[in-house]
Design a binder for this molecule. Sequence first.
Ligand SMILES: *Cc1c(COP(=O)(O)O)cnc(C)c1O
Length: 379
Amino acid sequence: MTKPTHFETRAIQATEPKGDETGSVANAIYPSTTFKREADGTFKSGYIYSRKNNPNRSLLETALAEIEGGELALAFASGMAAINTVFQALKPGDHVIVPDDAYYELRRTLSELFSAWQLQHTPVDMTNHSAITAAVKPNTKLIWVESPSNPLLKVSDIQRISQLAHAHDALCVVDNTWCTPVLQRPLALGADAVMYSTTKYFGGHSDSLSGALVLNQSAPKAFKDKLKNIQNLSGAVPSAFDAWLITRGIKTLKLRVIQQVKNAQTLAQFFSEHQAIKAVHFPDLTTHPQHDLAQQQMPNGCGAMISIQVGKGRDVAMGVIAKLKLFTPATSLGGVESLVEHRKSVEDINSQTPENLIRVSVGIEHIDDLIADWGQALA
Ligand SMILES: *Cc1c(COP(=O)(O)O)cnc(C)c1O
């Protein structure tokens, strides 16, 4: 039989126990921090110490590379640890371009931590290609993409931005947390690396904090080596249990994401027809400003995150959130349970997020129940 090409099959195969002599169908967990050395000084299994590598992390990293179509993957203790590793791989004096609405804590990391390190950054509207081009400087070493963006779901052209980066000998790294490889394939579009908060859809059950980077074959070897070295030396690696949870999550990733997308599409349509709602931000709607690009870049659906704007100011939004019964008010996203968040209040005072915006992470509950809940909350 030739190697299966379908994502679902590869996801199951890639996460099966490797070299387990018990016949176990599920993966074992190896909490050991250290591994036995032979009399001749060698390590029979290749494992030495769990910060360097661990059987659960190895399996997760191999599986992530396999399902993403990358050369190698590195797993981290959080999405932020993966992000910090990418910026640490650059040098003081380098310049990076980031989305003006990038993940809030990425923006804080650059301005509060990496500014002291003389890493320069320019926030840019990533939907405006001439603005990105104009922001490129002789020392630009990396363009960071997050598409769709948080919380306004702006869509940026990954292929075009990768080409622009490469024309200037810069790297293009895509935060693909909101899409996963089920919906969007940045490496196939030319990106050098994808970054994940696997805390979200990969884990899928809001019970594991973790992150990952997956590197393209075409990414420079020196960049890959640096990332691996930082992963080991800074030590922000996932525990064996977290690696095991994310490996397990990969098995059902597509099933969950496809169902979440379906629910989100129906809910977004309901929102767009509801008179109490002033605006719906969701790339699958034909009214979205980058709808055509979104369809092309995310052919299986544009994710299960929706932002809506209700009334004026903060109070109406908070009132609606308080009335919802099936959407837990909590930050984060991508779990099987639906969540809502008043985004402005978790960001800082200078954030551009509108006061009347509610961000919705759609879960796998029955869509009729989800719509009925919004019906009563908005009434
Ligand atoms: C949650 C999130 C992160 C940060 O990941 P953590 O696992 O919370 O550290 C980064 N980017 C996006 C888009 C996210 O949603």
